[in-house]
Design a protein around this ligand. Sequence first.
Ligand code: G16
Length: 546
Amino acid sequence: MATEIKRVATTPFDDQRPGTSGLRKRVRTFQQPHYLENFVHAIFASLDDCRGKTLVLGGDGRYYNREAAQIIIRMAAAAGFGRILVGRDGLLSTPAASVVIRKRRALGGIVLSASHNPGGPDGDFGIKFNVANGGPAPERFTTACYEASRTISEYRILDAPDVDLSRLGEHTLGDTVVEVMDPVADYAALMEDLFDFDRIRSLFEAGAMRIRFDAMHAITGPYAREILEHRLGAGPNTVINGIPREDFGGGHPDPNLTYARALVEMVDADKSIQLGAASDGDGDRNMILGHRFFVTPSDSLAVMAANAHHIPGYRSGLAGVARSMPTSQAVDRVAEHLGIECFETPTGWKYFGNLLDAGRATLCGEESFGTSSNHIREKDGLWAVLFWLNLLAVKGESVARIVGNHWRAFGRNFYSRHDYEEVDANRAHAMVEGLRARLAGLPGQTAGGLRVATADDFAYTDPVDGEVAEHQGIRILFDDGSRIVFRLSGTGTAGATVRVYLERYEPDPEHQGLDTQTALADLIAYAREVADLKTVTGMERPTVIT
Ligand code: G16
């Protein structure tokens, strides 16, 4: 096909600094002339050399995914990529993109998603770049992108018609091959390698296990149908909300107790359902439920670490574990028991990449509903569900019993996150700065019977490459190991989201059955007071509690 590279003059936008996970903005922001193109140019300009290399491309199917995919294909061809691997219909979950980048030895991949943020014309869109190890681009790369976005004066794009992404096969675009691939196949094959599909399937076939998976009208629908319903025989009604929609059916594809309420009610109402699970917009988050029982992501990570030896893919043991700083310390106790390293990193999956690459961590997790392992370099929603399914199949116990036994053995870390959304950004930043300035005066203060031991502003030095990340959250640490952490979200698109993370350790099984908010009441009251949350946020209570 005759094609020509167009050079298009443009001017910089001043708001293209990537956040915790790529660039996330309102759809309408991305629809401005040149907005997407400028950022894609910035990504390509930050790569060493893309001539003849392979690029992976796909997204969570949200509104603007299709148009964006076509623009990126034309720009990638103009940049000289030799091959573009794109999921059918422009779809790929975040974990599947990580699988494909690694398996096909791509230079990297572009994932179109704003994760759990709502979609549709009035919703959010996002774009992130993953590097050759399959993981999110490290800070130095995103900084380079931002710098490139500030000096751009033109971008290059192929003058060519849209590529038909609806059918598998290869197309030629100038000197570039565009390969439309099955978005599910490589991912599903990897899952079969890691988990005991035969054992799980036999339980489903015998009618001894029932589960419900809520795909929230987002990307995991086709993956869950193929893996849970077809390969594992979990039954035709296992996956609910399984058809991906551009606006996620009007919902908020965030798998937590607030936004996956319908699933929670379904599982709570039916004792014969052993496992309820949900995943988010791009398939990297997970929520795990038992009958009338919610597993916090922090506990999920700890239980996985303690039981990994039951799972085929991890039978040889764990090299180490890693958690983001605000994630509860439950997994630390497991690591100590196992005699393995435990790393505390800043929020953001990118910080796990070096530890995984260096073979120092096998399992990683975050309080923000993310868990995964060294099988890829992203968090992985369905992987977590399969891990729990495999565990249920091996143990023959309920989710609640597995977690309860874990608490008896290791103690319980009561844990909750309180979010205050759409807060005035200046006030939110002033709050964090105010706390930072008062850190030295906090030790000795009390919250109920607890006493502040130390307070700091979390900084992390990567043990592999020595890179330092500062100002990653205000930590208030109490003398019994309890903690309060304050930080501002790096993924919101409107105002600021203040996150308050609360944790208290309870070793005594007699007291482990308390309601979480009750167990944390003293810390909650102290947090509101010390940060003057009512004045700062103008809110009586958080908008979301997880
Ligand atoms: C992203 C990152 C996670 C992070 C989460 C919340 O997840 O990949 O590492 O924990 O955001 O970040 P924040 O607290 O800054 O909003 P996702 O699922 O949104 O891509």
